[in-house]
Design a protein. Structure first.
Length: 366
């Protein structure tokens, strides 16, 4: 310590430097202690950007499971209206992954993997009918498709009771986890969302549902595809995230989302559109959808790749006659006592659109 000219004590440059080093070291130690002391039940996981990158570098880059639509370790939602082929495509994807064979038109970057297909839609007989040839004279199914042993189909056991103290959802998630452990499956396909949670229209109900599925992905390094419905929609409008039945917030919580649309040119023709993607840039938006056709060449009902095109080429084009008939139907529903909101739900449009149609009917004296 040196004395200054006015008699006050001052620090030497060496002491100042040492104090600065001590301060920085102490600060770093304090930050490290904050980072490393986080409990598992803490809301936040706190790490420096360098630490995140260092840990991430040790993990492999996620590979494609279904082209650019679905990657490894993702929670993907596939949605469409009823009878548009969601289950058919989901089984086709599961079969592809189980065999390690790509679907023409869609890349597959993983070797054969165990796939658990949770089928809450079809009975075993209905499933059989899609993957066999029907002998009309003998009234039975023959020439069944031969699945890889990696493809495992799962149904709910109707004789099982929910254990006391557990909700159905809790018991279901426990059962999903046990199935992953017992089969060592890396891919789960759940058909469909409504069976997982009876009330998904509110975001507060959707969040815990998706959180549980994300926990399974993180814990077991697996990938999950969940099927969902769309309510009745206006087929003249492009598909958007708002068309997912229940809560559109489900799209916010998942990693990727696929929509299947029906082409007005042919009921067997469908198009696939990316609604959400995190692993890369959008490739299949409204200007570039993938067009496929439902086809059963022998004993396997499947989608066959056709081409790429704009979504608008497949949207319904309403003629003046169509529009007039639609307004007449609206007026008939009004006479039956339905509200504008109820009518809008039936037509897949907004309540405001119904008001405009009714106003047009008054102006045209329909």
């Amino acid at each position: 310590m040196q004395a200054s000219s006015n008699g006050e004590n001052t620090l030497t440059r060496l002491e100042i430097a040492n104090n600065n080093v001590d301060f920085i070291t102490g600060l770093k130690t304090h930050i490290d202690s904050i980072i490393n002391s986080g409990a598992n039940n803490s809301l936040f996981t706190i790490k420096t950007a360098n630490q995140w990158i260092k840990e991430s570098r040790l993990k492999p880059i996620p590979r494609m499971l279904f082209g650019e639509f679905w990657f490894e370790n993702e929670l993907c939602i596939m949605f469409a209206d009823t009878n548009q082929g969601k289950s058919i495509l989901a089984v086709q994807i599961g079969n592809s992954i189980s065999k390690g064979e790509f679907i023409p038109g869609f890349k597959l970057e993983v070797p054969p993997q165990i796939v658990l297909y949770f089928d809450f839609e079809l009975s075993a007989k209905q499933f059989e009918s899609r993957y066999s040839i029907k002998n009309e004279s003998k009234k039975r199914f023959e020439e069944h498709y031969q699945w890889d042993e990696n493809f495992i189909r799962v149904e709910i056991n109707p004789r099982t009771d929910v254990p006391e103290g557990l909700s159905f959802e809790q018991y279901l998630y426990q059962s999903l986890e046990k199935a992953i452990i017992s089969t060592k499956a890396k891919v789960l396909i759940i058909d469909n969302l409504t069976y997982l949670k009876s009330d998904t229209e509110r975001s507060k109900d959707a969040a815990p549902l998706v959180k549980d599925l994300q926990l399974l992905i993180d814990k077991y390094n697996c990938s999950i595809l969940v099927l969902a419905h769309t309510p009745k929609r206006d087929l003249s409008k492009p598909i958007t995230r708002n068309d997912l039945q229940g809560s559109k917030r489900l799209i916010d919580f998942c990693d990727s989302a696929i929509a299947i649309g029906e082409s007005h040119t042919d009921k067997s023709v469908k198009y696939f559109k990316q609604i959400k993607v995190r692993a890369m840039e959008f490739m299949y938006d409204s200007e570039n959808v993938i067009v496929c056709q439902l086809h059963k060449p022998y004993n396997f009902l499947m989608f066959e790749f056709l081409n790429y095109c704009s979504e608008k080429e497949h949207l319904k084009q309403y003629t003046e006659k169509d529009k007039k008939q639609r307004i007449i139907e609206v007026l008939e529903l009004k006479k039956e006592g339905l509200s504008n909101v109820e009518i809008a739900r039936k037509f897949g449009v907004s309540e405001g659109a119904i008001r405009k149609w009714i106003k047009k009917a008054d102006n045209d004296k329909l």
